[in-house]
Design a protein around this ligand. Structure first.
Ligand code: HXC
Length: 260
């Protein structure tokens, strides 16, 4: 069945970047179950598709996503969310092995902000606004907000964002270390695709290994992470692309990756 709440396009000069657009503009891309199911299915497919090297996730100029769908959540009871595994389909994004880059324009609030924080890199348009307003509707971040904000910014910054529910601008998010670059809103997606294309030039198997290693910095102690990194580094010596990369360097030519 074709997805209705997201749009997937293949973009880039070499057609090796997937652009996934959240497309529920009438609700500012509020993340209802159907949208999240469609997103999970699409991401799984794209992760398996060997033509695709990098995924860009975006919304529209008004909203990346204004949060989980409050109208859908409103009537839920504890037993339903606990027993029904509410938000289980939200883990798909952080399971993707290829790089996922968020291009955030407009509102990235609540679950929308958490979705951006699950991506590997965040670029923002100058009108972007990030926030965790859950506190204003009597709940709390439930898709990583209280865990990723302190790791990506600081405890103090995370506390302010999560406890006040106030929104911060793209530039404040950049100063806090959450966002790498800020572009005029109209240029954001094109600039993000350029970044994706740059990563898409590299060996996919090596890119995936590096992503896994960087992520382990957020999931383990320093010592375990360093040991993991060393082992992953060793594992690159089992690849043809490591041989090809070093050979090409010596022969002063561009490497030809085979992702093997
Ligand atoms: C459901 C939403 C929505 C949301 C916006 N809409 N956000 N519907 N869930 N999170 C709907 C509105 O109801 C409205 O529909 C339409 O989108 C346009 O929104 P407006 O409010 O009219 O637009 P505007 O005045 O420009 O205000 C924009 C806004 C505001 C400031 C972003 O919509 C807002 O405060 N939204 C809620 C933000 C929020 O609290 N997010 C956190 C949700 S909790 P109608 O039909 O009325 O026109 C959460 C929990 C995460 O995310 C837990 C883990 C995932």
């Amino acid at each position: 069945q074709e997805p209705r709440m997201i749009i997937v396009e293949v973009v880039g000069a070499k057609k090796n970047v997937a652009l996934v657009r959240l497309n529920r503009p009438e609700a500012l891309n509020a993340l209802c179950s159907q949208l999240m199911d469609e997103l999970a299915v699409a991401l799984l497919k794209l992760d398996m598709n060997t033509e695709i090297r990098v995924i860009v996730l975006t919304g529209n100029e008004k909203a990346f996503a204004a949060g989980a769908d409050i109208k859908e959540m409103r009537e839920l009871e504890f037993a339903q969310v606990f027993g029904g595994g509410y938000l289980a389909n939200w883990s798909a994004l952080s399971d993707v092995k290829k790089p996922v880059i968020a291009a955030v324009n407009g509102f990235a609030l609540g679950g929308g902000s958490e979705l951006a924080l699950m991506c590997d890199i965040i670029y923002a348009g100058d009108t972007a606004q990030f926030g965790q307003p859950e506190v204003n509707v009597g709940t709390m971040p439930g898709a990583g907000g209280t865990q990723r904000w302190p790791r990506f910014t600081s405890k103090s910054f995370a506390m302010e964002v999560c406890l006040t529910g106030s929104r911060i601008t793209a530039h404040e998010a950049k100063d806090a270390g959450l966002v790498n670059r800020v572009y005029p809103a109209a240029d954001l997606v094109a600039e993000t695709i350029k970044l994706a294309e740059k990563i898409a030039e590299k060996s996919p198997i090596i890119v995936q290994t590096i992503k896994e290693s960087v992520n382990s910095a957020y999931e383990t102690t320093l010592n375990q992470g360093l040991r993991m990194e060393r082992r992953l580094f060793h594992s690159t010596f089992a690849t043809n692309d490591r041989k090809e990369g070093m050979k090409a360097f010596s022969e002063k030519r561009t490497p030809e990756w085979t992702s093997s």
